[in-house]
Design a protein around this ligand. Sequence first.
Ligand code: AMP
Length: 397
Amino acid sequence: MSFSKLGLSDPILSALTDLSYSEPTAIQKKAIPAVLSGRDLIASAQTGTGKTASFVLPILHKLNAEHNQHTLRGKRIRALVLVPTRELAIQVEASIEQYGKHLALTSMAMYGGIDSQPQKQRLIWGIDLLVATPGRLLDMAHQRALHFDELEFLVLDEADRMLDMGFIDDINKIIERLPAQRQNLLFSATISDDVRALAKRTISAPIEISIAQNKKYQPSINQWLVTIDKTNKSALLSHLIKELKWQQALIFIETKHGAAKLVSQLEKRGIIAESIHGGRTQEIREKILKDFKQGHIKYLVATGIAARGLDIGELDRVVNYDLPDKVDDYIHRIGRTGRAGASGEAVSFVSKDNFRNLCAIESRLGHIIERKEVAEFPVKKTVPVSILNFVPKNKRS
Ligand code: AMP
């Protein structure tokens, strides 16, 4: 099947020819006609499937079709793509430029962490397609540098990652400001309960598309757990770091106090670690994270909350020193490892009082997580094998 069968206009087809795209990918075959027909859309698809073009191409087509009758007013935008990170904003905007190079539409990437003045300046004349991170966008709206009354398209790209990074309040505030009459598209690697709840509030009668993961991009995550008495956890962690020669680990812990304590316990055993928690400023957390990603810090202890506003990226290994209370948190955490074909490892420490959590997690996964025994750490309080169809009490009907 060729792109011309999808009903895209000639200038767009010619840009695709320039890029040597010979045929649409699976998601493009499904999403492009759906968007052209004016329907809302929910698509589960990973990076690498061609998902960016699947929304950019039909939006460009539709904006261009009305372009002659439409005079864009100052500080107005016609399409908004919300993305979790600055990197993705830059990448998506670069794709818009490539695909729209024969069209007279304007686009811009807008994100925080840099001077907002040049961005404001560009908004003065209006922009057809704006790609933005939620925080900076909201800032601009508050400053009246941007109005949404001419918006026709909303795209939530990598919705799961945006929720993962704690943008839900910002997203809700943005959506409240948008005109009710608009076309909504949501893309997410996984459609978790939280993503579904967001979709329910944002999107009406959508077409749903699910694209099987490209094998090349299928994460292979080696999940295993060790049952351990609570009092032995820090000794077990030191032991595993040394015995298994771990070169990198992001260690999730429940409390800020616990994070500081664990760092000093590790230090006593000769292991240098750092911590990020709610007591540290965003700036310091980002600096520490950067050092961790570059390998200057090998072991990073983080509370779940501190990790929320950060783009953790791809890691070799996460350790659930404390098993999270929410199953979604477990899924998000393990999803940080083994991205884009590399193999990753997710290790959990489970003590007897985590039994219910473990049942809930394994029920969601649909399988039992492999247990490994560490001979040096025999347990006194055994953790029973999970009941796989476990339903928490408050969710029983
Ligand atoms: P994405 O999933 O949007 O991040 O796209 C992954 C990569 O696939 C990007 O480098 C695109 O340029 C490329 N791509 C997207 N659609 C096609 C296509 N139909 N044919 C060839 N390459 C494509």
